[in-house]
Design a protein around this ligand. Structure first.
Ligand code: BTN
Length: 240
């Protein structure tokens, strides 16, 4: 890995995009202690206090097509769930596609962004935010967010955790590139909170209610509505 460390940035995603434009290699990692404009999914902001969490972006250049891109988020989710669960002893649940929860509260989020030509993906930038040593969250998210510290009462070494996460990610990513998604899918399902449950999928233009059946080979969520029809969900907020 080539690690680019910053104390303070607007967003590690922004830095990662710049590095890609300057020709950054696969495996380049951007890490910051604090972000002033951390980005969440769906245009949201991400609370990125000083030295409390892990704020990092991974630059990947996999030879995958657009259909397969969602799989990479799931590879990252599995790596994070395994690393955080091993380190903390806490049960880590994945809520499709990219939320990691402990006791129903969010401990980690993943934001995957692409740089692409019309016909091919040039780079995939996986942004990872892990709430590690937070004791408090801003009022608006205090009921839905948690940290490893809040759940276990202990402080964690962020550098050690980053190493654990990258170790897990490296072998899973290699396995994914060589063998495809079939190895990742059961690992993802083992941590999944949604499968077999009735969920609401809130999409940009509509909402669907149904039973989450699982994910398909592309990492797309399969949702069966009450008529028995199975919908493929590419992007949504899932409420369980
Ligand atoms: C989400 O759940 O909405 C995704 C949150 C992703 C946050 C991380 S923190 C490091 C990287 N840089 C950002 O600006 N966002 C991601």
């Amino acid at each position: 890995h080539h690690v680019v460390y910053h104390s303070l940035v607007t967003s590690t995603q922004v830095i990662a995009h710049q590095l890609v434009n300057e020709g950054a290699r696969e495996g380049t990692i951007v890490v910051a202690d604090e972000q002033t404009a951390g980005k969440g999914r769906l245009g949201r902001t991400w609370d990125s206090q000083h030295e409390t969490g892990i704020w990092m972006s991974l630059i990947l250049k996999p030879l995958v097509d657009f259909r397969q891109a969602p799989q990479l988020t799931l590879v990252a989710a599995v790596a994070l769930a395994r690393a955080l669960q091993n380190k903390s002893g806490q049960q880590i649940d994945i809520k499709w596609p990219n939320d990691l929860l402990v006791n129903g509260k969010k401990i980690c989020g993943i934001l995957t962004e692409l740089q692409a030509d019309p016909d091919r993906i040039k780079s995939v930038i996986i942004g990872i935010g892990v709430n590690v040593n937070h004791e408090h969250f801003p009022q608006e998210i205090t009921d839905i967010a948690t940290s490893l510290k809040k759940e276990s009462g202990k402080n964690f070494d962020r550098a050690e955790l980053i190493t654990d996460i990258l170790d897990e990610f490296s072998w899973l990513y290699e396995a994914y590139l060589t063998n495809g998604f079939s190895l990742i899918k059961p690992l993802w399902e083992a941590h999944s909170l949604s499968i077999g449950k009735k969920v609401i999928a809130r999409r940009a233009k509509d909402s669907l209610v149904g039973i989450a059946l699982g994910i398909n080979e592309n990492g797309v969520l399969l949702l069966q509505d009450e008529t028995g029809h199975v919908h493929e969900i590419y992007s949504a907020d899932i409420e369980i």
